[in-house]
Design a protein around this ligand. Structure first.
Ligand code: NAP
Ligand code: MG
Length: 400
């Protein structure tokens, strides 16, 4: 059989622990037999990040900017315990954080749905994709405690030294707390572009929600920037694609999301996205089935699984024990990246391969062959728990 040819390389970022083992096996069993894979390989495994003083992460991010599409394995974000475990020179920053900052990207998370594993919310029939604005607000805040008798004011000092002041609260009657948060027009605009772009790409409606009735300057700025960018750059394209941009208040959005069928993108401010992405992910079933793609405002894409390196399974594997680690989100990271490469390079065979591999993965689970994490969730009558490699082999058998 002739393998599918690629014209532009894919940026391949290897990672750590159990997902590094799955990574290799997915390539060997599900991709290399069918695709003449052209990839530029970056080893983001912790030992090599340490060896290169994390330069490899920066190089990988630059390669995504160059080629437009990347696929990333889960990686360890070091903490004190990891510094000790890997004898690190430094507590290197989160690779995802570094790449996101360099691409100025927005993360979109969407669940893979299979028959037998029903969302907790019974009306949900299609995935809900959650987009979180990952800059500013309380994640870059300044907080102080205010003693009784103190007065808190908001002060902006202009470039020419002029001060604008507003009273936050007079603590005359007792002590309290104060918090200062910010965002920037450019970050909000990047977020908006990434959301509109991704909605067009995936032909789904885009919902956006803030609390602009209460926050008349801060949240209202988000609403205005989205509305302006929609009108100037996307309105016609949305109409052509037959999709909608819908703005509503966050509490109204929550109520509508729970009553909806799914099948749209929900863009949220930083905190709303943090909270709602965990709610939506849990209600859809399993973290191991949650995919994630980072989209930059100028149209670069990085695909990955939303989960981590599955450390507990890795230690069992190192001790020679059997693992039953779910590889679905990592497989879908590969198919997402290959499909995007196929679309950008006009290679319909590559796009069709991505569709076929996704279908084989879903069919495998729906026919009752699945990893342990899913057996507990699935309502199918005949189901078998298989180990990590047997699951990949079962998918491969459907690809032949
Ligand atoms: P995790 O790797 O997502 O695993 C947490 C637990 O969730 C696992 O122990 C397992 O539960 C279950 N799980 C997650 N993915 C699974 C899968 N594919 N198949 C089956 N079960 C799965 O999160 P963590 O333990 O908090 O973090 C481990 C490492 O990953 C950390 O070093 C962290 O820095 C890193 N991390 C990386 C990323 C990323 O690169 N995007 C994201 C998050 C975390 P059971 O053990 O009960 O089976
Ligand atoms: Mg959270």
């Amino acid at each position: 059989m002739e393998k599918i040819r690629m014209t532009t390389p894919l940026v391949e970022m290897d990672g750590d622990e159990m997902t590094r083992i799955l990574w290799q096996a997915i390539k060997e069993k599900l991709i290399l037999p069918f695709v003449d894979l052209k990839s530029e390989y970056y080893d983001l495994g912790l030992p090599y990040r340490d060896e290169t003083n994390d330069q490899v992460t920066v190089d990988a991010a630059n390669a995504i900017k160059k080629y437009g599409v990347g696929v990333k394995c889960a990686t360890i974000t070091p903490n004190a315990q990891r510094v000790e475990e890997y004898k690190l020179k430094e507590m290197w920053k989160s690779p995802n954080g570094t790449i996101r900052a360099m691409l100025d990207g927005t993360v979109f998370r969407a669940p893979v749905l299979v028959k037998g594993i029903s969302p907790t919310v019974s009306t949900w029939k299609k995935p809900i994709t959650l987009a979180r604005h990952a800059y500013g607000d309380i994640y870059k805040n300044t907080e102080l405690r205010a003693d009784a008798g103190s007065k808190a004011e908001l002060v902006i000092t202009a470039a020419d030294g002029t001060e604008t002041r507003a009273l936050i609260h007079d603590f005359a009657k007792g002590a309290g707390i104060v918090q200062g948060v910010h965002n920037t027009d450019s970050s909000i605009a990047s977020f908006a572009h990434a959301c509109f772009q991704f909605a067009l790409d995936t032909k789904q409606d885009l919902w956006f929600s803030t609390k602009d009735t209460i926050s008349k300057t801060y949240d209202h700025r988000f609403k205005d920037i989205f509305a302006e960018i929609y009108a100037s750059d996307y309105k016609e394209k949305f109409e052509e694609a037959g999709i909608e941009f819908f703005y509503t208040l966050i509490d109204d959005a929550v109520a509508r999301v729970v009553r909806s069928e799914g099948g749209f993108i929900w863009a949220c401010k930083n905190y709303d996205g943090d909270v709602m992405s965990d709610m939506v992910a849990t209600a859809f079933g399993s973290l191991a089935m949650m995919t994630s793609v980072l989209v930059s405002p100028d149209g670069n894409y990085e695909y990955e699984a939303a989960h981590g390196t599955v450390t507990r399974h890795y230690y069992r594997h190192l001790e020679g024990g059997e693992t039953s680690t779910n590889s679905v989100a990592t497989i879908f990271a590969w198919t997402g990246a290959l499909r995007k490469r196929g679309e950008l390079d006009n290679l319909p065979e590559l796009t069709a391969f991505a569709d076929k591999l996704e279908k084989a993965t879903i069919d495998t689970i729906e026919s009752g062959t699945m990893t342990k994490d899913l057996v507990g969730l699935s309502t199918l009558e005949n189901k078998t728990a298989v180990n990590s490699m047997e699951f990949l082999d079962a998918i491969a058998a459907r690809m032949a």
